[in-house]
Design a binder for this molecule. Structure first.
Ligand code: PLP
Length: 384
């Protein structure tokens, strides 16, 4: 039993034990370079091949459509920076609530590469209006053919408030205007069902440490296989598109973790929804004045953004920290920044609430006792 409560699973997750066991041999015994032709490297080479197939199966893709990367940030940067050259003709349509891996890559493209970047706004639940995307693309390119150098990048699920977008519909609109569609699915992969073929998307970013895989490894789904330009020049790894010796153990661990999470997803999500309900009921019954941010009906199970009226998110985080309860003030990357996050601003959370925001992200290791501890700690801190 832990003597702490870790409730920051949207920031990172504990490595799955089976994933760890599967990784071990490729660090200690089967450490051959998968590019080498001799017998000693064969197991490593097959392990990478099998992992690619396992990962592809989990999202209904083809193995050739999966490119290994160092994680979500790299996958996002690859698509946004390298898609559709020449860059000065390029338009990127994204949203005001993306992770900084997307937002800052877009800002770079605008400043350094003269790309045009347009930001879609969201409603109070953090949902993008499909009509806004349509209107933006219609203005952007008429006739339709001129949208060919347009990339639409909309996250599948938001890291701060958990809202899930209607990616299928948005993708259909993008394609209607000849644009390509990328989704940052870093918070979604391994947590909600994803079928890339059914969704019709062109690119998808994922990161293993968000679904109980190891850190520093992720993947990019590229439906058309050759659309993206070369990211790292060098050897022939990843079909010559991202050179560099593969991190075999991490790739293997990622595949095991993803497969396991996908298999257990519906049971796990039922459990997380129940814990989430207990958390919200516990806080309500404590008489605390708070808002739960994001979409009530369409959000990531276990991702609960809470804004307490007249409180201070930083103070809550530190007081909980002293009680060995670990949550975040919003985005992990923003937690050193005490400003109201761009996501809370975008969904228009009233300032007296927004300043008192924390994100509790429950994961598969959390228990009913954890939830009781969080509720009782918040009650003590806020009502004292
Ligand atoms: N995109 C989203 C939505 C995220 O939540 C994160 C991490 O928090 C990233 C991208 C970056 O992923 P990574 O940590 O693998 O670089």
């Amino acid at each position: 039993m832990n003597n702490y409560v870790y409730a920051d699973n949207a920031a990172t997750t504990r490595l799955d034990l089976d994933a760890y066991e599967a990784m071990r041999p490729y660090l200690l015994e089967e450490y051959g370079n998968p590019s080498q032709p001799y017998f000693f490297s064969k197991k490593a080479k097959f392990a990478v091949k099998n992992a690619r197939k396992t990962i592809a199966d989990c999202i209904n893709a083809e193995p050739e459509q999966i490119l290994f990367t160092s994680g979500g940030t790299e996958s996002d940067n690859w698509v946004i920076k390298e898609f559709g050259l020449p860059t000065d003709l390029k338009t990127i349509v994204t949203t005001s609530i993306e992770h900084h891996a997307v937002l800052n890559a877009c800002a770079f493209m605008q400043e350094a590469r003269r790309a045009t970047v347009k930001y879609l706004s969201v409603d109070k639940e953090g949902v993008i209006a499909e009509g806004d995307l349509e209107a933006t693309l219609r203005h952007n390119g008429n006739p339709v053919a001129s949208c060919a150098s347009t990339l639409v990048s909309v996250m599948m699920a938001n890291n701060e408030i958990g809202t899930i977008q209607n990616v299928k519909q948005l993708c259909q609109i993008a394609h209607k205007y000849g644009a390509s569609f990328h989704t940052d699915a870093v918070q979604a992969v391994g947590h909600i069902p994803i079928d890339v073929r059914e969704l019709g998307i062109d690119f998808l970013s994922a990161s293993a440490h968000k679904f109980n895989g190891p850190k520093g490894i992720g993947f990019l789904f590229d439906s058309r296989r050759r659309l993206l330009s070369v990211f790292h020049s060098g050897g022939s790894q990843e079909n010559g598109r991202r050179a560099g010796t593969e991190n075999v153990a991490a790739i293997v661990g990622m595949a095991v973790a993803l497969e396991k999470n996908c298999k257990a997803m519906s049971i796990q999500n039922g459990r997380l929804n129940k814990l989430e309900e207990d958390l919200l009921n516990g806080l309500k019954n404590s008489g605390l004045d708070f808002i739960r941010n994001g979409s009530e009906n369409n959000h990531l199970p276990g991702n609960v953004s809470l804004s307490f009226r007249g409180s201070d998110g930083e103070m809550l985080l530190h007081r909980l920290d002293l009680m060995k309860i670990f949550v975040s003030t919003g985005s992990a990357c923003d937690s050193i920044n005490s400003q109201i996050s761009h996501v809370l601003k975008a969904i228009d959370v009233p300032e007296e609430y927004a300043r008192g925001t924390i994100r509790v992200s429950l994961g598969r290791d959390n228990t009913e006792d954890d939830v009781l501890n969080i509720v009782s700690a918040l009650r003590r801190i806020i009502t004292r």
